[in-house]
Design a protein around this ligand. Sequence first.
Ligand code: SF4
Ligand code: SF4
Length: 246
Amino acid sequence: MPKATIKPQDFATLYEGFTAPVSRFDCGRKCAPLNGGEPVCCSTQNAVPVVHKVEFDLLKTRTDLWSKFKPYDYATKQIVAELTSDCMAIHCKGARHCERDNRTIACRGFPFYPYLTRQKEFVGIGTYWVFEDRCWMMSNLEIVDRAFVEQFIATYEALFVKDHSEFTTYVDFSASARRVYSRWKREIPLLGRQGELLIVEPSTGNIRPGRKKDYPKVAPFSSEKEYREAVKEAGGEVPKEGLRAA
Ligand code: SF4
Ligand code: SF4
């Protein structure tokens, strides 16, 4: 495999090209009430950010927002133990201290990953399914901005050229997605390169255009009632517009 040639400055360039928000709505207001007031993707209780060591080298020169993550239980020790030698786990000071320009590629892209077909074609972006019961955005794919999808794809295409191991990571991850959804007997929703909904039949890998009814709605984001009950159970406060994008 060709050795990665990626340098800290390359991440600075990638950051410049990946600034679009996922949508024009502040989705953190929807998931935070279920998560002690903090957006789900910004708390290491839920998601441990994994970065290229080279990306951390860049961030260290720009900010003190990030530091090396210290595992605190069996699950987080496992995450760190399984990292490849060019990656590391880091954590930030928390959502209140967020610096937009110093977010990692993973922060900018959440909750999406690059989806590659069996033929290794980069056809669109999939969602990190383990978060589907906590991430409101994953049940609202119809409001994802096309500019975000385009920037996401351009960023990962550039990254794959610089570091082939990133490419193979997502080839493997997409294969895992097909296995998991196949076991669940569910189809995989993707956003295609122009932001359009695509549906993958996981056992064959075949892709068809999605229809309106194919947009996923996962509990507790599938009804106002379920959402309100879940927020109440978590001791949070329901946003005044409820589940609706606003
Ligand atoms: S992307 Fe998902 S988890 Fe992150 S803030 Fe938005 S709704 Fe919450
Ligand atoms: S840098 Fe910002 S977006 Fe990224 S995890 Fe921290 S608070 Fe969330």
